[in-house]
Design a protein around this ligand. Structure first.
Ligand SMILES: NC(=O)c1ccc[n+]([C@@H]2O[C@H](COP(=O)([O-])OP(=O)(O)OC[C@H]3O[C@@H](n4cnc5c(N)ncnc54)[C@H](O)[C@@H]3O)[C@@H](O)[C@H]2O)c1
Length: 263
């Protein structure tokens, strides 16, 4: 067990399952005091029980929830803005730029982008007294390239990438050692993929098709993303800020695939 985060207070959003839960686990294993947050209070509580951390309901799109967190946890060392939605969770309505509804577009931005903005704002205040800290924003490969069928998701993740750099420069300008970096995963096997995979007989072939363009030809694991977050959270990454880290099996290393076309 490493002690890289010993004595540090770490908050992770959307940590009731998937990548966020794995990050919370890795941080606890590295000696941190972890606050597991999620809009799903029960899921957060289960993870906190398992890792010996604390839990709290936090809807990242709610300013009131962040204000309440600030009152309860005024000083922290690490924040991971992980909570995110694709837009396909609630309904199967189209999310392409021609047919997406304004309400669906805004709903995705409220969670992914507003949530990250509010999280960064809270973290800067909660790290200012110590004058140091690490903010890690979970963007996506979709923040680097266009996604024809998921316009709001791609737009919100691209905006997270840029806001990360603004936060990093703002903190540096103020003489604060508060670092802010973004992680860009692709094809990490978590419940987020379930609506796209389904549980029918073609599940396996759908999975294979989804990673056919990935040079490493497999889905990534949540533990692999957590290992990167752990590195960025700790003091060994003290000179890294405003940077973006791809974790995508090599997907963004080559030229982009041409979007499919119905002939
Ligand atoms: N899985 C992937 O392949 C992949 C790829 C790129 C980026 N990401 C990003 O990684 C992050 C985590 O993804 P995941 O695959 O673990 O997702 P997931 O759907 O498995 O888990 C997301 C968690 O966020 C919580 N959540 C949703 N809306 C929330 C809100 N408003 N406030 C607080 N919590 C909320 C959910 O309850 C859930 O526990 C997301 O930001 C996602 O966009 C994932």
């Amino acid at each position: 067990m490493s002690s890289e985060l010993s004595g540090k207070i770490c908050v992770v959003t959307g940590a009731g399952r998937g990548i966020g839960a794995a990050i919370a686990r890795a941080f606890a294993d590295a000696g941190a005091q972890v606050l597991v947050t999620d809009k799903d209070e029960n899921a957060a509580e289960q993870v906190a029980l398992e890792i010996g951390g604390s839990s709290r309901r936090l809807d990242v799109s709610s300013e009131a929830d962040w204000d309440a967190l600030k009152a309860a946890w005024p000083r922290i060392d690490v924040l991971v803005n992980n909570a995110g939605v694709t837009g396909f969770e609630e309904n199967a309505a189209p999310q392409d730029p021609e047919h997406a509804s304004l309400e669906d577009w805004r709903a995705v931005h409220r969670v992914n982008l507003d949530g990250t903005f509010l999280g960064c704002r809270y973290a800067i205040a909660a790290m200012r007294e110590a004058g140091a800290g690490s903010i890690i924003n979970i963007s996506s490969r979709s923040g680097m390239v266009g996604i024809p069928g998921a316009a709001a998701y791609a737009s919100s993740k691209a905006a997270i990438r840029n806001h990360t750099k603004t936060v990093a420069l703002y903190c540096a300008e103020q003489g604060l050692a508060i670092r802010c970096n973004s992680i860009h995963p692709a094809a990490i096997l978590t419940p987020m993929w379930e609506p796209m995979l389904g549980d029918g007989p073609d599940r396996e072939s759908r999975m294979a098709a989804l990673v056919a363009d990935t040079p490493l030809r497999r889905f990534g694991t949540v533990e692999e993303v957590a290992a990167l977050a752990l590195m960025l959270a700790g003091d060994s990454a003290a000179y890294m800020t405003g940077a973006e880290f791809n974790i995508d099996g090599g997907l963004l290393a080559g030229s982009a695939a041409t979007p499919s076309r119905d002939e």
